[in-house]
Write a protein that binds this ligand. Structure first.
Ligand code: BJW
Ligand code: ZN
Length: 249
């Protein structure tokens, strides 16, 4: 076993999770870190010296679409080689136990939950695999295939953009509604690998709390949510999530 695993915290978290009839999970970039993908705000979180707040905005795309596409094309290219890790797989196992009483809300755009086998995945910040035309709004799934440096729409020739949610943009309405419903109705919310500073996603933690759900957090370090959770599992999600699921019996 990992030498730093805190057995008391894990047992406590398992006691909260075991009786839960409905479970929701909120994940962030940290769950994909052990697959080799960089997080946004940790060490190495800067990309070519830019903060995510400087390249993931509609204003940045207007100002310098080539720069923004370089950022996204590099990340799209990594999709072809990265694989889900033990943390993603533990959430698949949890879904298999709970069936329809499980929902996975992810801020991630990397598709690794689906690649692992999770089924009820709500991608509230969109997907790196999809592009959207800024002219005709047509959306298409390009997988991990390389795109031009500045890709254009085949139908109307306007510029394409990644089908992700940038700062100051609204979240996809239907998916967001389902995410809110999932956390409103869950008995236990697992918050995994997120700094919990980006809203409205981080607000889901408060929604669950106000509705009386038990909150379990898994993170390498304390986040903006840690003071509000019932159990805090400090450690890598690729270790902590399998350990937690193992304790469900
Ligand atoms: C591990 C680990 C391991 C590492 N195991 N753990 C002032 C106050 C409040 C809100 C606002 C405000 N000013 C503006 C806003 C709104 C804004 C916002 O929240 N800004 C904050 C920065 C303050 N939000 C928005 O604009 C949203 N839209 C909106 O509100 O619409 C209404 C509106 C309209 C008009 C005007 C204003 C508002 C949209 C937000 C969209 C976010 N988009 C991004 C990019 C997506 C596409 C892409 O990937 O490129 O989403 S930004 C980026 O942050 C990405 C992520 O999903 C999101 C969250 O990051 P996440 O996942 O938490 O990653 P990190 O890196 O922050 O944290 C990683 C964590 O993992 C750390 O805690 C590590 O410790 C941990 N970790 N390894 C476990 N192995
Ligand atoms: Zn078009």
């Amino acid at each position: 076993m990992h030498p730093t695993v805190d057995n008391d915290a894990l047992d406590h978290a398992a006691r909260l999770l075991r009786p839960a009839h409905r479970v929701a999970v909120l994940t962030g970039a940290g769950i994909s870190a052990e697959s080799g993908l960089a997080t946004f705000r940790g060490a190495g979180g800067l990309w070519e010296g830019h903060r995510v707040e400087d390249v993931a905005t509609p204003a940045a795309f207007q100002r310098d679409p080539a720069l923004v596409w370089r950022f996204y094309n590099l990340r799209r290219a990594s999709l072809a080689t990265v694989k889900p890790n033990a943390g993603h797989l533990a959430l698949v196992e949890l879904e298999q136990r709970l069936g329809a009483n499980f929902a996975l809300v992810t801020q991630n755009v990397d598709g690794l939950h689906q690649a692992a086998g999770s089924r009820n995945v709500l991608e509230i910040h969109g997907s790196l695999r999809r592009v959207r035309c800024v002219g005709c709004a047509r959306i298409s799934d390009r997988g991990a295939k390389p795109l031009a440096d500045l890709p254009n729409c085949e139908k109307c020739t306007a510029m394409l953009r990644p089908d992700v949610v940038w700062f100051e943009e609204p979240l996809p309405e239907d998916i967001w509604r389902q995410a809110v419903e999932a956390v409103q109705t869950c008995d236990c919310l697992l918050v995994v690998g997120t700094s919990a500073i980006v809203y409205p996603a981080a607000g889901l933690i408060d929604v669950a709390r106000l509705e009386g759900a038990d909150l379990i957090e898994v993170n390498l370090q304390k986040s903006a949510a840690s003071a509000r959770v019932d159990a805090l599992l400090l450690g890598p999600s690729g270790t902590m999530l399998p350990e937690l699921i193992k304790r469900l019996g």
